[in-house]
Write a protein that binds this ligand. Structure first.
Ligand code: CAA
Length: 402
């Protein structure tokens, strides 16, 4: 086993760290306070190749591996969760899913502009009545000649008011829906411009305030048959496959948030004095900082292992889920302790740790709650769940030209 990053990875990490620290970090506090998403970030990310980072060059991407995607997610969330969310929905949940399940025509029409960053994409599974229970969605797609007609409401959609393309999940078989048979669900590419689509922003979110989150409503939206992703009935598997990629970016991102909490805490513990000494001298403060370090290192190893599995083209649902579960729960602990170390200052808006605390909670809920991931891990051990190879795998990166 080689735990070293390659020279390319190190350069990427270093250059993103510099860029994010210089160009993004100074702006994020004001954006967060104003609950404002700044669309100017998207062309900047596109020019750095981030919006297609691990998409092959032939499809408009930067052709880097899945470790590079993890590193970018970690560096972006070090600054703010809203920045990593863009990687999760656009690259993880959408682009990498089209790369595996899309037709050639879909890759030409949708994946290439997305990877180049001229079009922005997202993922639309969750509904007002269905989050963890993905089979509980109600959106319906009725076949009429060479089109499907989609009606339904999606909510908690990241970039809902920003994205051009939505990967939408809907029931195509009403009987299977009644039986909760996942084989009755299908996936579609829906363009914002299709007649009958509308979106809106969810206001006053608790955290990730510099991000755009909203709802996406479809009223009798006609979607051409060519926009069916995979075969009819494969939608649920495609959603789960997409989540394997999204959860990976969430895991790496939460790892970045732990590091941000650790660094802020170390700086503060050296600067603040109580009882005549730096607070870092107090054992209970040391304990919290040491816990952040062990959580950071463990979380990083877990997402790196998941990324390495992805590079080899092997199924990684279990490993990715474990990385996501561990990192997000640990990030909540780190953020809570970082606020604690900062005392009353942490409870104010003058230091970033309060924002970290508000932001980290989202990831303990979305892309599989803490509870869903716990149960999945237990089910693997108990033999109730196994990962078999699927019809479409994430293309192995190993051996691909950079
Ligand atoms: N890849 C490919 N196929 C998969 C798969 C994967 N990762 N996981 C499951 N499948 C396949 C299975 O093999 C099975 O197919 P077969 O019948 O042919 O074997 C089929 O899909 C059904 O799988 P399961 O029976 O395992 O499905 P389940 O009903 O037991 O799943 C669950 C239950 C794990 C709780 C699932 O519903 C789940 O993950 N829920 C959480 C949903 C979620 O994460 N939502 C977040 C929304 S996104 C979001 O928050 C976006 C954002 O903007 C941040």
């Amino acid at each position: 086993m080689n735990f070293d990053l390659t020279e390319d990875h190190r350069l990427l990490e270093q250059s993103l760290r510099e860029w994010a620290g210089r160009d993004l970090a100074p702006r994020i506090h004001e954006l967060d306070r104003a609950h404002r998403f700044d669309p100017a970030i998207l062309p900047q990310m596109a020019s750095l190749g981030l919006l297609g980072i691990s998409v092959p060059v032939e499809y408009g991407g930067a052709g880097m591996d899945y470790i590079a995607l993890g590193l970018a997610s970690e560096e972006l969330e070090y600054v703010d969760t809203s920045l990593r969310v863009i990687m999760s929905v656009h690259v993880g949940l959408n682009c990498l899913t089209l790369l595996s399940w899309g037709t050639d025509d879909q890759k030409q029409r949708y994946l290439i502009p997305q990877a180049q960053g001229s079009k922005i994409a997202t993922f639309a599974l969750t509904e007002p009545g269905a989050g963890s229970d993905a089979r509980g969605i109600h959106t319906a797609a009725i076949r009429r000649g060479d089109r499907y007609v989609l009606t339904g409401e999606k909510t908690w959609i990241s970039l809902a008011d920003v994205a051009d393309h939505f990967l939408v999940f809907a029931w195509t078989d009403p009987e299977k829906k009644q039986q909760r048979d996942a084989a009755g669900m299908s996936a579609f590419i829906v363009e914002r411009g299709f007649k009958g689509c509308s979106s809106g922003t969810l206001k006053e979110k608790w955290g990730i305030r510099a991000g755009n989150t909203g709802f996406f409503t479809m009223e009798e939206v006609e979607v051409p048959r060519e926009n069916l992703v995979g075969r009819e009935g494969e939608g649920f598997k495609i959603a789960m496959f997409a989540l394997d990629q999204g959860r990976y970016t969430v895991a790496a991102g939460a790892t970045g948030l732990i590091r941000a909490c650790r660094d802020a805490s170390v700086t503060y513990a050296r600067a603040r004095k109580t009882f005549g000494v730096e607070i870092g001298e107090h054992q209970l403060v040391k304990e919290m900082i040491a816990q952040m370090e062990s959580d950071y290192e463990a979380a990083r190893l877990l997402w790196l292992r998941a990324g390495w599995l992805k590079n080899t083209g092997r199924r990684n649902t279990k490993e990715t889920g474990l990385a996501k579960w561990f990192a997000t729960v640990a990030s909540e602990r780190a953020a809570s302790d970082a606020v604690q170390i900062h005392g009353a200052n942490g409870y104010s808006d003058d230091y970033p740790v309060g924002r970290f605390y508000r932001n980290c909670k989202g990831a303990v809920i979305y892309e599989g709650t803490r509870e869903i991931h716990k149960i999945m891990q237990a089910d693997y051990l108990l033999g109730y769940r196994t990962d078999r190879p699927t019809r479409c795998a994430l293309p192995a990166w190993e051996g691909r030209a950079q």
